[in-house]
Design a protein around this ligand. Structure first.
Ligand code: PLP
Length: 405
């Protein structure tokens, strides 16, 4: 199956706007926005701009319908049982904090939340805050030497007080995919809920939350070809319904008196105030566009580029791969350490080659510590990435090693 990444690239306005040479290898931080998402956002703002779920005039009803259609698109993308299971947030971070706040409010001191040492700070620090506020116990799943989450250690860690297992679906450092069936089986054995941080998974194709069997799923629009400022928390219907609100304001209430308030059912219970309406509409367009892509061919394309990158990196002096050395059970995110070189210096040299590369602690300091480095460089591959991008990276790295050592 062949896939034309160059043709796909032309559907992304940014690639026409930035002068060559330009090799964007930071889609794990932010993917480029697809033209359909941008058009939907602009069309909404220029033809349907009004607040949602409030006004009774036609423009407001059109805005509400477009916003609810975006919710339906997110439900289709995740194969959610019902659009009412989709909560729009400002991003994955807000979605994860929402679970920490709302699910956290149902926990008692001594209840346990399990995360791993490979989490992005967004799925670690909210749980630390919860622990410090409530006396909930935070436990850490260990990692294998290559950074994979050692899910085989989970059954022995779980106790009758284990309430939630909150893990990344795909590591933002190594690209490794978490063994979700093992996590769900272990969780079910003790009646714990499972939250997946899907921030890095969603840009590689639709997700089936029902098949995964998890309870909560979080992701950001700007990492899956949609606008910034919007994200999704999916929650299984009965799991969401059991949660109290954490942020209060307009739109999430039933009857309000000076003394007390009835709260609306999900998803409105968790969408206080004016939501990111146009961004949600743009995200809905991005998700619909993604749903129509030839994913098996794209995955073959990404796999070929990943192999090319791993082969090229293996030949560079002083380079240590952080993460699995093979292409199995991972998405195409590759982090590495260059002995004696600061990741930011490497990025600067690469920028002279027109290569946009990430460097730093990657918002995953415990994982950096596991690898015994302060920071790393990271290249991430998306469907619009080409072999020329990978080759430019490899040539730029060889140059960085030459000029910086
Ligand atoms: N989780 C993971 C695995 C991530 O990679 C990121 C962003 O890099 C986040 C959560 C947070 O996403 P956002 O900054 O869009 O809220």
């Amino acid at each position: 199956m062949s896939f034309d990444a160059l043709a796909l690239r032309r559907e992304f306005p940014l690639f026409a706007a930035v002068p060559a040479p330009f090799h964007y290898l930071d889609s794990a931080a932010t993917s480029q926005i697809h033209g359909a998402a941008l058009d939907a956002l602009v069309r909404h703002e220029s033809t349907r701009r009004a607040n949602v779920a409030r006004g009774t005039y036609r423009l407001a009803e059109a805005a509400t319908a477009a916003y609810e259609e975006a919710r339906a698109a997110a439900a289709r993308f995740l194969n959610a049982a019902d659009a009412g299971e989709i909560v729009f947030t400002s991003g994955a971070t807000a979605a994860l904090n929402l679970v920490a706040g709302a699910f956290g409010a149902t926990l008692q001191a001594g209840d346990e939340v399990i995360v791993s040492l490979a989490e992005h700070h967004s799925n670690l620090v909210p749980w630390q805050l919860l622990r410090d506020r409530t006396g909930v116990v935070l436990r850490f799943l260990p990692l294998a030497a290559d950074g994979r989450i050692a899910t085989e250690a989970l059954p022995a860690m779980l106790t009758p007080r284990s309430r939630l297992i909150a893990l990344t679906h795909c590591s933002n450092v190594t690209g490794a995919l978490t063994d979700v069936p093992a996590v769900v089986a272990a969780a079910r054995a003790v009646g714990a809920r499972v939250l997946l941080d899907g921030a890095q998974r969603v840009q590689h194709g639709p997700v089936d939350v029902q098949a995964l069997g998890v309870d909560f799923y979080a992701f950001s629009g700007h990492k899956c070809y949609g606008p910034g400022g919007v994200g999704v928390l999916w929650g299984r219907g009965e799991a969401l319904a059991a949660l109290p609100p954490v942020v209060a304001g307009g739109g999430m209430v039933g009857e309000v008196t000076p003394e007390r308030t009835d709260f609306a059912p999900p998803p409105q219970r968790f969408e206080a105030g004016t939501p990111p309406i146009a961004a949600a509409v743009g995200l809905g367009a991005a998700l619909d566009w993604m749903a129509g892509l030839p994913w098996p061919a794209i995955h073959a394309h990404e796999r070929a580029l990943l192999d090319r990158l791993l082969r090229g990196l293996a030949g560079l002096p002083g380079l240590r791969l952080l993460g699995p050395a093979d292409a199995a059970a991972r998405h195409p995110i590759v982090s590495f350490d260059l002995a004696g070189l600061h990741p930011h210096d490497v990025c600067q040299v690469l920028d002279r080659h027109g290569v946009a590369l990430r460097g730093g602690n990657l918002c995953a300091q415990p994982l950096m510590r596991h690898f015994d480095v302060a920071g790393a460089n990271r290249a991430s591959i998306a469907p619009y990435t080409t072999a020329e991008d990978v080759d430019a990276l490899l040539a730029g790295l060889a140059d960085a090693i030459r000029v910086l050592t």
